[in-house]
Design a protein around this ligand. Structure first.
Ligand SMILES: Cc1cc2nc3c(=O)[nH]c(=O)nc-3n(C[C@H](O)[C@H](O)[C@H](O)COP(=O)(O)OP(=O)(O)OC[C@H]3O[C@@H](n4cnc5c(N)ncnc54)[C@H](O)[C@@H]3O)c2cc1C
Length: 455
């Protein structure tokens, strides 16, 4: 592509106010970061391009939260516990009693996050996209954003990049990686969807009849099928394939969960879209979305015709956010790797813990990597140094774009871990504003100690 040096000819408004903490991206990590910072008493702004908080968890329809594999409170994010509690109290969250109390309603999490953040006097600027950052002497002075009012410069003391794509870090000159280390291919993207008017009792009876595992109690249900596992449900998919109702990629990875507070509704963790290897290439992602909606239509026709309980179901929506599992990752002061996973590494500045497996969609068969799964009670930690860089002194990065290898990222990317990382970043930001410290020189043990106290 030809390079073009374009100068924006309209004025850039400079906001008068300087925020203590600016969080860019109000998804899983960003919401937790902003709540932690606001709880600390800092004047906190979230800049979010969508019209609600939650990111993948709301607009991306990614539910439920995966369990991080650690029993009890250890490794849990304090803020995520508040969010889950609020959802459960109002009937929009659930505990499956098999270790996961992170089932939630993706519509109502928007409301819950807004309520919690605004209770601590946080400010949200929706429909606003980060375009650039203004950096002087290794310090971000402000962010340049675009919305219907045009261009604005918003100044802050500490910035937290929770865009999932490390947009603010990249714009500030931080070295970033994307995809696997050899070919730079990203994990497969998906497009989640929801369907309603499903007779879940009838579906459960059918699962029992065919001998499919279904341990969950009504109204909770999970169904899954992949071609490699010759499960009873997969045999039904094979029939659909033979009858040409679905195509091979449609059944490559199929999974769906019921949704608390939405009777008869299921959220589908599929389809997994083939042949999109660069999730930062918007044209490719756009093609992927078109393919995804075709796959959804076929899948839903198949479900109606082949799976009892779905006969009268309707499609509710495909997600408004592409299901991107991995894109840019920063090079931080420490790069978390599969070695840390294998060695169950612990760090003095460990601010999050997980036992969630290496989970790579589309590219690699994880079993062939020879990485030993965690036994019960085992876990590894993520150090604070994965959230900071040598390049920018007042920038923290949290969520799926922290400093890690491609393989390690596939283990840390789940929502409870992203939430814990966001919380750590928010606590660090608040501490640094209060004590006039540089986040990238802060000893992460201080952050760990504050987090441990809260839990
Ligand atoms: C298909 C799929 C299925 C998954 N399944 C599960 C699951 O079942 N359970 C689980 O726990 N995890 C699951 N995950 C992983 C998990 O949902 C994500 O990794 C996690 O939510 C990422 O959180 P985040 O805060 O880093 O990013 P996000 O939640 O994506 O938040 C980023 C936010 O930043 C905003 N943003 C981005 N760029 C800009 C910009 N330039 N300016 C302003 N705003 C911006 C976005 O709009 C978004 O709100 C899944 C992921 C995918 C894609």
């Amino acid at each position: 592509m030809e390079n073009c040096t374009y100068t924006y000819s309209k004025p850039c408004n400079v906001m008068e106010k300087t925020y203590d903490v600016i969080v860019i991206g109000g998804g899983t990590a960003g919401s937790a970061a902003a709540i932690a910072s606001a709880m600390g008493g800092e004047d906190t702004l979230i800049i979010e391009r969508n019209s609600c908080l939650g990111g993948l968890a709301s607009v991306g329809q990614v539910t439920p939260m995966m369990h991080n594999g650690i029993d009890g409170r250890s490794g849990r994010s304090y803020i995520n516990e508040i969010i889950k509690k609020k959802m459960a109290l109002e009937g929009y969250g659930a505990d499956d009693h098999y270790g996961n109390d992170g089932w939630f309603n993706p519509e109502m999490i928007k409301y819950a996050l807004e309520e919690i953040f605004t209770e601590y006097k946080g400010t949200i600027l929706y429909n606003t996209e980060l375009l650039d950052t203004v950096v002087e002497n290794n310090k971000i002075k402000g962010v340049v954003v675009h919305n219907k009012s045009g261009l604005s410069l918003i100044r802050g003391r500490v910035f937290i990049d929770c865009t999932g794509d490390a947009d603010a870090a990249f714009a500030s000159g931080v070295t970033c990686f994307t995809g696997d280390e050899l070919l730079h291919n990203n994990q497969a993207m998906s497009l989640r969807f929801m369907a309603g008017n499903i007779d879940i009792l009838k579906l459960k009876a059918f699962l029992k009849e065919i001998g499919e595992a279904d341990i969950l109690e009504y109204p909770l249900v999970e169904i899954a099928s992949v071609w490699e596992a010759k499960t009873p449900l997969n045999k039904v998919f094979q029939k659909g394939l033979k009858d040409k109702v679905i195509e091979y990629p449609d059944g490559k990875y199929f999974q769906a969960f019921s949704v608390p507070g939405m009777p008869g509704v299921m959220s589908f963790n599929c389809p997994e879209i083939p042949d999109i290897y660069d999730t930062l290439d918007t044209a490719a992602v756009s093609r992927g979305l078109i393919t995804g909606r075709r796959m959804i239509k076929r899948l839903h026709s198949f479900l109606k015709a082949y799976i009892p309980g779905f006969e009268n179901s309707c499609l509710i929506s495909s997600a408004d956010m592409p299901g991107i599992r991995e894109s840019r990752r920063i090079r931080g002061k420490y790069i978390l790797s599969e070695k840390d996973f294998s060695e169950r590494a612990k760090f003095a500045d460990g601010v999050a813990r997980t036992a969630y497996p290496v989970d790579i969609h589309g590219l690699i068969d994880e079993k062939k990597l020879g990485i030993k799964l965690m036994e019960r009670g085992e876990y590894f930690e993520i150090p604070y140094r994965c959230l900071i860089t040598d390049a920018i002194e007042n920038l923290l990065v949290a969520g799926r774009c922290i400093s890690s290898t491609f393989i390690a990222q596939s283990s840390v990317r789940i929502q409870p871990t992203c939430s814990a990382l966001g919380e750590a970043a928010g606590i660090a930001a608040s501490y640094c504003v209060r004590n006039n410290r540089k986040p990238n020189e802060l000893d992460g043990k201080i952050v760990r100690d504050i987090m441990t106290e809260k839990n």
